[in-house]
Design a protein around this ligand. Sequence first.
Ligand code: IDP
Length: 139
Amino acid sequence: MSGKITLTMIKPDAVQNGHIGNILADITNAGFKIKAMKLTQLSRRDAELFYAVHKERPFFGELVDFMISGPIVAAVLEKDNAIEEFRNLIGATNPQEAAEGTIRQKYAESIAANAIHGSDSDENAEIEAAFHFSTREVY
Ligand code: IDP
C-alpha cells in the first residue's frame, strides 16, 4: 500500500459554480479525512510554480490564467492508498471521459476547467501540501 495523503484543490470553476459543499461531501463520504483546508487565491507566480512541470505544454498559459481566475479551496486529505483512491474519485482529466459518478463527471466544465486537482504521486503530494500549508496548519 502506498502513502496516506494527497493534496486537492477545488478549482475556480467549481468554487464559482457553488460546488464546494457537494464536492467536500463526496470527498468525506468516500472516506477521506480533511487534515488541512483553506479558501485562497493563487497569484500568477504561485500557479506557474505549482504547474511548473507542465510549462512546456501548449495549454500552460491557459491553465495558469484559469487557476488564478478566482478563489480555490486547497486541502490535504488522508486515506490509505490516497493518491490512487482520490484519482479514482475525481475521474479522468477530460470530464467527457470521466466515469459516471466521479467528481469531474458531475461538476467539471471542460478539460481545462475540470473542477478539481489531485496529486499524481506520493512525492508530489508532500511537495504540494508544503506549497499550500505550513506544518502547523496540517492536523
Ligand atoms: P490531472 O489534473 O488529471 O493530473 P494533468 O495532465 O496533470 O491532469 O494536467 C493538469 C491540468 O492541466 C488538468 O487538470 C487541466 O486543468 C489542465 N489541462 C490538461 N490538459 C489540458 C488541455 O489539453 N487543455 C487545457 N487544459 C488542460
